[in-house]
Design a protein around this ligand. Structure first.
Ligand SMILES: Cc1cc2nc3c(=O)[nH]c(=O)nc-3n(C[C@H](O)[C@H](O)[C@H](O)COP(=O)(O)OP(=O)(O)OC[C@H]3O[C@@H](n4cnc5c(N)ncnc54)[C@H](O)[C@@H]3O)c2cc1C
Length: 380
């Protein structure tokens, strides 16, 4: 068991780091205040292959695995936490299409525009009365001849207020829960944008779906059978969200280490005080451990397993490691760290959002406990 990246993976990391520093670092602070993401940057990511890392070459992607996608996520997030959705969602949509009953049509109709950054997809699950309690969703999809008709309301859906948005939407059908592909520019969809404390350019919205008609082929699974594909997607998403929290934390830690060696108080560099240097050592250790957990989860998923427990561990722990690291890095910088100038406070707000996205720490810990001790022992 070798705990290191291959030469190819290290080279890929260096390439993404170069892209991130050249294309994403400039203007990241300004973008962090905006409720839209520049289209030209998404096109640049697409041209660099970063919107299709884990899509096979024969379908127009880069032919990488999810460990490679994780490397891209971690590196992009160092400078721009919001960029990563455009990186991982097309590969997740590919997975849904691959397993869907109308695989060929979905791939032909939608993959090219997802890969080239013209369409942006998003998970569309949460409702006003169903966040943690997903089973309580009320949105309904009803088959009418060649169409499904969808009625309901979704909220807090990242990316969805953009014109380019298409949802992988969970709705109730006669046989249970079913995933659908729903373009949000369809007649019957109205949107109410939401202002979040961070991750602003994800531009979330509440969506009202009133008799939205989609072709029957946009049903992504056999009716009521969506659980397997969803489990895989959540394993991947939770490990990637972990790396998304750790990338900015690592960048902030490096910034704090440089500052601590340069800034003097009482005639000595901050780094020479154990109150500072031990904090840095602790955060470096926690980041390294959480990072290993995230990559292991991705590697297990690449190997065909469904590491639900490990993914839940990544999702509850890594955002907390990221948040606490960035918090201490702000403190190490003194008042300068608290100003908007350095962009550390923005990273703090962004990473805090990851504590909710795709399930909170409490719910993730319940999943871990259920896996360890059984569903009968640990109920929700
Ligand atoms: C930045 C961001 C991006 C998001 N993006 C998306 C998206 O793209 N698509 C989407 O569908 N959703 C998205 N969400 C919504 C997210 O999935 C929900 O916020 C999350 O699942 C929690 O649901 P809730 O907010 O309704 O909280 P609730 O379910 O109302 O929970 C409230 C609090 O109670 C706790 N709690 C609930 N039940 C229990 C229990 N049994 N035991 C202990 N504690 C409990 C929770 O942990 C939480 O702290 C996003 C959220 C954020 C903040």
């Amino acid at each position: 068991m070798l705990f290191d990246f291959t030469e190819e993976q290290k080279m890929f990391r260096r390439e993404v780091r170069r892209f991130t520093e050249k294309e994403l670092a400039p203007g990241a602070k300004e973008r962090g205040k905006s409720y839209s993401y520049p289209r030209e940057l998404i096109k640049l990511m697409a041209a660099a292959g970063l919107t299709s890392v884990a899509i096979p070459e024969e379908h127009g992607g880069q032919g990488g695995d999810w460990v490679a996608a994780g490397i891209a996520v971690e590196e992009l997030a160092r400078e721009d936490t919001t960029a990563i959705l455009f990186t991982i969602f097309p590969s997740m949509a590919y997975d849904f299409f691959r397993n869907s009953p109308f695989s060929q049509r979905m791939m032909a109709e939608w993959l090219p525009s997802l890969i080239n950054g013209e369409k942006w997809c998003c998970f569309t699950v949460t409702e006003a009365d169903a966040g943690s309690d997903v089973a309580n969703i009320k949105t309904k999809a009803t088959r009418e001849g060649e169409f499904y008709v969808i009625n309901g309301e979704k909220t807090c859906i990242s990316v969805s207020s953009n014109d380019e948005a298409v949802g992988m939407l969970l709705a109730k059908t006669l046989n249970g829960m079913t995933w659908f592909w729903v373009p949000f520019d369809s007649p019957g969809v109205t949107k109410n944008p939401i202002q979040h404390a961070g991750l602003k350019s994800w531009a979330p919205a509440t969506l009202f779906l009133d008799g939205v008609r989609i072709p029957k082929e946009y049903c992504l699974v056999e009716e009521g059978q969506g659980h397997g594909t969803f489990l895989k997607a959540t394993c991947l998403a939770r490990a990637c969200l972990g790396l998304m929290a750790l990338g900015p934390a690592q960048a902030c830690l490096e910034q704090a280490m440089a500052y601590a060696q340069e800034r003097k108080t009482f005639g000595r560099p901050l780094a020479s005080y154990q109150g500072i240097s031990l904090k840095i050592a602790e955060h470096a250790t926690l980041i390294e451990a959480a990072r290993l957990l995230c990559y292991r989860t991705l590697a297990l998923t690449d190997a065909g397993q469904l590491p639900v427990k490990e993914a839940a561990m990544c999702k509850w722990w890594a955002p907390i490691v990221g948040f606490e690291t960035i918090h201490d890095c702000i403190l190490i910088h003194g008042h300068v760290g608290y100003s908007e100038e350095l962009g550390l406070e923005q990273k703090l707000r962004d990473v805090m959002g990851l504590e909710f996205a795709d399930g909170t720490a409490q719910i993730m810990k319940l999943l871990v406990a259920r896996d360890l001790m059984g569903k009968d022992v640990v109920s929700y």
